[in-house]
Design a protein around this ligand. Sequence first.
Ligand code: F6R
Length: 352
Amino acid sequence: GKSGYDHYMLKEIHEQPRALRQCLRGRVDEMAGTVDIEDLGDLSPTGVQFVACGTSYHAALYGAQLFREAGIPAQAFLASEYATSVPPIGDALVVGVTQSGETADTLSALRAARKRGARTMTVTNVVGSTAARECDHAFYIRAGPEIGVAASKTFSSQQVALNLLALGMTNTGDVREIITALRELPGNVQRVLDESVAEDVAEVYEDAGAYFFIGRGYQYPVALEGALKMKEITYKHAEGFASGELKHGPLALVTENTPVFAVVTGDGEQARKTVGNVKEVEARDAPVVAISDGQSDVDRYADHVLELPETHPRAAAVLANTHLQLVSYHVANLLGRNIDKPRNLAKSVTVE
Ligand code: F6R
Protein backbone atom coordinates (compact mmCIF):
# COMPACT_ATOMS: atom_id res chain seq x y z
CA GLY A 1 0.00 0.00 0.00
CA LYS A 2 0.80 3.67 0.03
CA SER A 3 1.46 3.73 3.81
CA GLY A 4 -0.62 6.85 4.33
CA TYR A 5 0.82 8.81 1.40
CA ASP A 6 -1.55 10.16 -1.26
CA HIS A 7 0.53 8.68 -4.05
CA TYR A 8 3.17 6.02 -4.53
CA MET A 9 5.45 8.67 -5.96
CA LEU A 10 5.38 10.67 -2.74
CA LYS A 11 5.94 7.51 -0.73
CA GLU A 12 8.88 6.59 -2.94
CA ILE A 13 10.37 10.09 -2.69
CA HIS A 14 10.23 9.66 1.09
CA GLU A 15 11.76 6.19 0.90
CA GLN A 16 14.98 7.62 -0.50
CA PRO A 17 16.97 7.77 2.75
CA ARG A 18 16.34 4.06 3.24
CA ALA A 19 16.94 3.20 -0.41
CA LEU A 20 20.29 5.00 -0.40
CA ARG A 21 21.35 3.27 2.82
CA GLN A 22 20.54 -0.07 1.21
CA CYS A 23 22.57 0.87 -1.84
CA LEU A 24 25.58 1.75 0.33
CA ARG A 25 25.31 -1.20 2.73
CA GLY A 26 28.46 -3.31 2.84
CA ARG A 27 30.01 -1.41 -0.04
CA VAL A 28 31.94 1.35 1.76
CA ASP A 29 34.57 1.14 4.44
CA GLU A 30 34.72 4.61 5.89
CA MET A 31 37.64 3.79 8.22
CA ALA A 32 39.81 2.45 5.41
CA GLY A 33 38.52 5.04 2.92
CA THR A 34 37.75 2.39 0.34
CA VAL A 35 34.82 1.17 -1.71
CA ASP A 36 34.30 -2.55 -2.11
CA ILE A 37 32.21 -3.69 -5.05
CA GLU A 38 33.71 -7.19 -5.02
CA ASP A 39 34.89 -8.59 -8.34
CA LEU A 40 33.60 -5.57 -10.27
CA GLY A 41 36.36 -3.55 -8.63
CA ASP A 42 38.95 -5.53 -10.62
CA LEU A 43 37.51 -4.72 -14.06
CA SER A 44 39.69 -1.62 -14.69
CA PRO A 45 38.19 -0.68 -18.08
CA THR A 46 40.13 1.62 -20.42
CA GLY A 47 36.89 3.41 -21.25
CA VAL A 48 33.19 3.34 -20.41
CA GLN A 49 30.21 3.84 -22.71
CA PHE A 50 26.90 4.28 -20.93
CA VAL A 51 23.63 3.55 -22.72
CA ALA A 52 20.28 4.46 -21.19
CA CYS A 53 16.91 6.19 -21.71
CA GLY A 54 14.97 8.92 -19.96
CA THR A 55 15.76 9.36 -16.30
CA SER A 56 18.35 6.60 -16.45
CA TYR A 57 20.10 8.54 -19.22
CA HIS A 58 20.36 11.51 -16.87
CA ALA A 59 21.98 9.23 -14.29
CA ALA A 60 24.31 7.99 -17.03
CA LEU A 61 25.36 11.56 -17.93
CA TYR A 62 26.23 12.06 -14.28
CA GLY A 63 28.03 8.70 -14.09
CA ALA A 64 30.11 9.47 -17.17
CA GLN A 65 31.36 12.64 -15.46
CA LEU A 66 32.42 10.64 -12.42
CA PHE A 67 34.49 8.24 -14.53
CA ARG A 68 36.08 11.03 -16.58
CA GLU A 69 37.13 12.71 -13.36
CA ALA A 70 38.79 9.48 -12.30
CA GLY A 71 40.78 9.58 -15.55
CA ILE A 72 38.73 7.06 -17.54
CA PRO A 73 37.28 8.27 -20.84
CA ALA A 74 33.53 7.89 -20.51
CA GLN A 75 30.49 8.97 -22.46
CA ALA A 76 26.74 8.60 -22.09
CA PHE A 77 24.59 7.72 -25.10
CA LEU A 78 20.85 7.70 -25.55
CA ALA A 79 20.26 4.00 -26.07
CA SER A 80 17.95 4.53 -29.05
CA GLU A 81 20.64 6.54 -30.83
CA TYR A 82 23.51 4.22 -29.90
CA ALA A 83 21.80 1.26 -31.49
CA THR A 84 21.35 2.99 -34.83
CA SER A 85 25.06 3.76 -35.22
CA VAL A 86 27.30 1.98 -32.75
CA PRO A 87 30.34 4.16 -31.96
CA PRO A 88 33.84 2.59 -31.93
CA ILE A 89 34.07 0.57 -28.74
CA GLY A 90 37.68 -0.62 -28.52
CA ASP A 91 38.25 -1.99 -25.02
CA ALA A 92 35.49 0.06 -23.44
CA LEU A 93 33.06 -1.49 -21.03
CA VAL A 94 29.49 -0.81 -22.15
CA VAL A 95 27.19 -0.11 -19.21
CA GLY A 96 23.40 -0.13 -19.57
CA VAL A 97 21.76 1.92 -16.83
CA THR A 98 18.19 0.65 -16.55
CA GLN A 99 16.01 0.58 -13.48
CA SER A 100 13.69 -2.12 -14.82
CA GLY A 101 16.31 -4.01 -16.80
CA GLU A 102 13.62 -4.43 -19.47
CA THR A 103 13.78 -1.26 -21.58
CA ALA A 104 13.85 -2.37 -25.21
CA ASP A 105 16.04 0.49 -26.46
CA THR A 106 18.65 -0.18 -23.77
CA LEU A 107 18.62 -3.95 -24.28
CA SER A 108 19.04 -3.41 -27.98
CA ALA A 109 22.03 -1.08 -27.48
CA LEU A 110 23.64 -3.60 -25.14
CA ARG A 111 23.10 -6.37 -27.70
CA ALA A 112 24.65 -4.25 -30.43
CA ALA A 113 27.69 -3.64 -28.22
CA ARG A 114 28.00 -7.33 -27.37
CA LYS A 115 27.87 -8.22 -31.04
CA ARG A 116 30.89 -5.98 -31.55
CA GLY A 117 32.73 -7.91 -28.87
CA ALA A 118 32.28 -5.49 -25.98
CA ARG A 119 32.05 -6.54 -22.37
CA THR A 120 28.76 -5.37 -20.92
CA MET A 121 27.42 -4.45 -17.52
CA THR A 122 24.05 -3.32 -16.26
CA VAL A 123 23.31 -1.00 -13.38
CA THR A 124 19.80 -2.09 -12.50
CA ASN A 125 17.21 -2.41 -9.77
CA VAL A 126 15.81 -5.77 -10.79
CA VAL A 127 17.55 -9.05 -10.03
CA GLY A 128 16.80 -11.55 -12.77
CA SER A 129 15.79 -8.87 -15.29
CA THR A 130 16.68 -9.34 -18.95
CA ALA A 131 19.56 -6.85 -18.67
CA ALA A 132 20.92 -8.66 -15.62
CA ARG A 133 20.70 -12.01 -17.38
CA GLU A 134 22.20 -10.89 -20.67
CA CYS A 135 25.09 -8.73 -19.45
CA ASP A 136 28.47 -10.05 -18.33
CA HIS A 137 28.15 -8.12 -15.06
CA ALA A 138 25.37 -6.61 -12.98
CA PHE A 139 25.54 -3.97 -10.28
CA TYR A 140 22.34 -3.60 -8.27
CA ILE A 141 21.05 -0.26 -7.05
CA ARG A 142 18.86 -1.92 -4.35
CA ALA A 143 16.19 0.80 -4.36
CA GLY A 144 13.36 -1.64 -3.68
CA PRO A 145 10.27 -1.85 -5.91
CA GLU A 146 9.09 1.39 -7.51
CA ILE A 147 5.37 1.53 -8.34
CA GLY A 148 4.98 5.14 -9.49
CA VAL A 149 5.59 5.41 -13.23
CA ALA A 150 7.84 8.43 -12.75
CA ALA A 151 11.26 7.33 -11.52
CA SER A 152 12.20 8.90 -8.19
CA LYS A 153 14.07 6.74 -5.67
CA THR A 154 15.58 4.69 -8.47
CA PHE A 155 17.24 7.82 -9.91
CA SER A 156 18.90 8.79 -6.63
CA SER A 157 19.92 5.17 -6.09
CA GLN A 158 21.46 5.16 -9.58
CA GLN A 159 23.39 8.32 -8.69
CA VAL A 160 24.77 6.67 -5.54
CA ALA A 161 25.46 3.36 -7.29
CA LEU A 162 27.41 5.13 -10.05
CA ASN A 163 29.53 6.88 -7.42
CA LEU A 164 30.30 3.48 -5.88
CA LEU A 165 31.10 2.00 -9.28
CA ALA A 166 33.44 4.85 -10.25
CA LEU A 167 35.21 4.82 -6.87
CA GLY A 168 35.35 1.03 -6.65
CA MET A 169 36.79 0.65 -10.15
CA THR A 170 39.30 3.50 -9.99
CA ASN A 171 40.00 4.38 -6.35
CA THR A 172 41.22 7.81 -7.40
CA GLY A 173 40.12 11.34 -6.63
CA ASP A 174 38.97 12.66 -3.24
CA VAL A 175 37.85 9.16 -2.26
CA ARG A 176 37.62 9.84 1.47
CA GLU A 177 35.71 13.08 1.03
CA ILE A 178 33.24 11.46 -1.32
CA ILE A 179 32.77 8.44 0.93
CA THR A 180 31.98 10.75 3.83
CA ALA A 181 29.51 12.69 1.68
CA LEU A 182 27.84 9.44 0.59
CA ARG A 183 27.57 8.24 4.19
CA GLU A 184 25.95 11.53 5.16
CA LEU A 185 23.63 11.50 2.17
CA PRO A 186 20.67 9.50 3.56
CA GLY A 187 20.52 11.84 6.58
CA ASN A 188 20.86 14.88 4.35
CA VAL A 189 18.07 13.66 2.04
CA GLN A 190 15.91 13.26 5.15
CA ARG A 191 16.70 16.87 6.10
CA VAL A 192 15.68 18.09 2.66
CA LEU A 193 12.45 16.07 2.87
CA ASP A 194 11.68 17.54 6.29
CA GLU A 195 12.59 21.14 5.53
CA SER A 196 12.00 21.76 1.81
CA VAL A 197 9.72 24.68 0.95
CA ALA A 198 9.00 23.00 -2.40
CA GLU A 199 5.25 22.95 -1.74
CA ASP A 200 5.18 26.74 -1.22
CA VAL A 201 7.13 27.22 -4.43
CA ALA A 202 4.70 24.92 -6.26
CA GLU A 203 1.74 26.99 -5.02
CA VAL A 204 3.29 30.20 -6.34
CA TYR A 205 4.09 28.77 -9.78
CA GLU A 206 1.35 26.21 -10.50
CA ASP A 207 0.03 28.45 -13.30
CA ALA A 208 3.36 29.21 -14.94
CA GLY A 209 3.54 29.02 -18.74
CA ALA A 210 6.66 26.86 -18.66
CA TYR A 211 9.40 25.80 -16.27
CA PHE A 212 13.10 25.98 -17.01
CA PHE A 213 15.92 24.31 -15.15
CA ILE A 214 19.61 25.15 -15.38
CA GLY A 215 22.77 23.72 -13.91
CA ARG A 216 26.37 22.96 -14.88
CA GLY A 217 28.72 20.10 -14.17
CA TYR A 218 27.06 17.57 -11.86
CA GLN A 219 24.01 19.81 -11.73
CA TYR A 220 23.37 19.72 -15.48
CA PRO A 221 21.85 16.21 -15.46
CA VAL A 222 19.85 17.35 -12.42
CA ALA A 223 18.42 20.20 -14.51
CA LEU A 224 17.47 17.75 -17.28
CA GLU A 225 15.88 15.40 -14.77
CA GLY A 226 14.00 18.22 -13.03
CA ALA A 227 12.44 19.17 -16.36
CA LEU A 228 11.60 15.59 -17.38
CA LYS A 229 9.83 14.95 -14.08
CA MET A 230 7.89 18.20 -14.42
CA LYS A 231 6.76 17.30 -17.96
CA GLU A 232 5.79 13.75 -17.09
CA ILE A 233 3.58 14.37 -14.12
CA THR A 234 2.25 17.93 -14.67
CA TYR A 235 1.87 17.75 -18.51
CA LYS A 236 3.33 21.24 -18.68
CA HIS A 237 6.18 22.55 -20.77
CA ALA A 238 9.51 22.22 -19.03
CA GLU A 239 13.09 22.19 -20.31
CA GLY A 240 16.45 21.64 -18.73
CA PHE A 241 19.54 23.40 -20.05
CA ALA A 242 23.22 23.55 -19.33
CA SER A 243 23.51 26.96 -17.65
CA GLY A 244 25.95 28.21 -20.25
CA GLU A 245 23.63 27.28 -23.13
CA LEU A 246 20.79 29.53 -22.06
CA LYS A 247 22.23 32.53 -23.86
CA HIS A 248 22.69 30.51 -27.07
CA GLY A 249 18.96 30.43 -27.81
CA PRO A 250 16.63 29.35 -25.03
CA LEU A 251 16.88 32.78 -23.35
CA ALA A 252 14.36 33.92 -25.99
CA LEU A 253 11.74 31.80 -24.20
CA VAL A 254 12.33 33.40 -20.81
CA THR A 255 9.60 35.77 -19.59
CA GLU A 256 8.00 36.83 -16.31
CA ASN A 257 5.75 33.79 -16.73
CA THR A 258 8.53 31.20 -16.87
CA PRO A 259 10.21 30.47 -13.54
CA VAL A 260 13.83 29.39 -13.86
CA PHE A 261 15.14 26.85 -11.36
CA ALA A 262 18.91 27.25 -10.99
CA VAL A 263 21.00 24.63 -9.20
CA VAL A 264 24.13 26.28 -7.83
CA THR A 265 26.62 24.66 -5.47
CA GLY A 266 30.00 25.73 -4.15
CA ASP A 267 31.70 29.09 -4.59
CA GLY A 268 34.11 28.33 -7.41
CA GLU A 269 34.42 29.49 -11.01
CA GLN A 270 31.54 27.29 -12.19
CA ALA A 271 29.17 28.65 -9.56
CA ARG A 272 30.15 32.22 -10.42
CA LYS A 273 29.40 31.58 -14.08
CA THR A 274 25.99 30.12 -13.30
CA VAL A 275 25.21 33.11 -11.09
CA GLY A 276 26.03 35.23 -14.15
CA ASN A 277 23.48 33.22 -16.15
CA VAL A 278 20.93 33.73 -13.37
CA LYS A 279 21.44 37.49 -13.56
CA GLU A 280 20.59 37.37 -17.29
CA VAL A 281 17.37 35.58 -16.43
CA GLU A 282 16.53 38.01 -13.67
CA ALA A 283 17.06 40.93 -16.06
CA ARG A 284 14.23 39.45 -18.20
CA ASP A 285 11.96 39.56 -15.14
CA ALA A 286 11.72 35.78 -14.88
CA PRO A 287 11.16 34.47 -11.37
CA VAL A 288 14.25 32.67 -10.09
CA VAL A 289 14.19 29.67 -7.76
CA ALA A 290 17.69 28.91 -6.52
CA ILE A 291 18.55 25.43 -5.35
CA SER A 292 21.56 26.52 -3.41
CA ASP A 293 23.96 25.62 -0.62
CA GLY A 294 24.40 29.32 0.15
CA GLN A 295 28.07 29.38 -0.83
CA SER A 296 27.65 31.59 -3.90
CA ASP A 297 25.66 34.84 -4.00
CA VAL A 298 22.87 33.32 -6.15
CA ASP A 299 20.40 33.67 -3.27
CA ARG A 300 20.53 37.47 -3.74
CA TYR A 301 19.00 37.14 -7.21
CA ALA A 302 16.44 34.52 -6.25
CA ASP A 303 12.75 34.91 -5.43
CA HIS A 304 12.84 31.61 -3.56
CA VAL A 305 15.61 29.43 -2.22
CA LEU A 306 15.48 25.65 -1.84
CA GLU A 307 18.32 25.13 0.60
CA LEU A 308 20.99 22.46 0.33
CA PRO A 309 23.15 21.40 3.23
CA GLU A 310 26.87 21.92 2.58
CA THR A 311 28.36 18.75 1.18
CA HIS A 312 30.39 17.43 -1.74
CA PRO A 313 28.87 18.72 -5.02
CA ARG A 314 28.33 15.11 -6.14
CA ALA A 315 26.08 14.52 -3.16
CA ALA A 316 24.48 17.94 -3.63
CA ALA A 317 23.24 16.69 -7.01
CA VAL A 318 21.16 14.06 -5.20
CA LEU A 319 19.83 16.61 -2.72
CA ALA A 320 18.97 19.19 -5.39
CA ASN A 321 17.05 16.54 -7.28
CA THR A 322 15.08 15.71 -4.13
CA HIS A 323 13.85 19.32 -3.91
CA LEU A 324 12.91 19.28 -7.60
CA GLN A 325 11.03 15.98 -7.24
CA LEU A 326 8.93 17.64 -4.56
CA VAL A 327 8.28 20.76 -6.65
CA SER A 328 7.04 18.67 -9.60
CA TYR A 329 5.01 16.44 -7.32
CA HIS A 330 3.24 19.37 -5.66
CA VAL A 331 2.57 21.21 -8.95
CA ALA A 332 1.07 18.00 -10.36
CA ASN A 333 -0.97 17.48 -7.21
CA LEU A 334 -2.34 21.05 -7.30
CA LEU A 335 -3.28 20.51 -10.95
CA GLY A 336 -5.03 17.25 -10.05
CA ARG A 337 -2.92 15.08 -12.34
CA ASN A 338 -2.82 11.30 -12.29
CA ILE A 339 0.61 11.31 -10.67
CA ASP A 340 1.27 7.59 -10.35
CA LYS A 341 0.04 6.82 -13.86
CA PRO A 342 0.61 9.84 -16.09
CA ARG A 343 -1.22 9.77 -19.43
CA ASN A 344 0.54 8.01 -22.33
CA LEU A 345 3.33 6.59 -20.16
CA ALA A 346 4.22 3.08 -19.03
CA LYS A 347 6.55 1.96 -16.25
CA SER A 348 8.73 -0.05 -18.53
CA VAL A 349 8.95 0.57 -22.23
CA THR A 350 9.32 -2.72 -24.02
CA VAL A 351 9.06 -1.44 -27.60
CA GLU A 352 11.66 0.43 -29.66
C1 F6R B 1 11.04 8.83 -16.11
C2 F6R B 1 11.05 7.42 -16.43
C3 F6R B 1 11.59 6.98 -17.76
C4 F6R B 1 12.57 5.83 -17.54
C5 F6R B 1 13.03 5.24 -18.88
C6 F6R B 1 14.07 4.17 -18.68
O1 F6R B 1 10.48 9.08 -14.87
O2 F6R B 1 10.66 6.62 -15.62
O3 F6R B 1 12.19 8.03 -18.44
O4 F6R B 1 13.65 6.32 -16.81
O5 F6R B 1 11.93 4.73 -19.55
O6 F6R B 1 13.60 3.15 -17.85
P1 F6R B 1 14.57 2.10 -17.23
O7 F6R B 1 15.44 2.78 -16.24
O8 F6R B 1 13.70 1.05 -16.63
O9 F6R B 1 15.41 1.55 -18.36
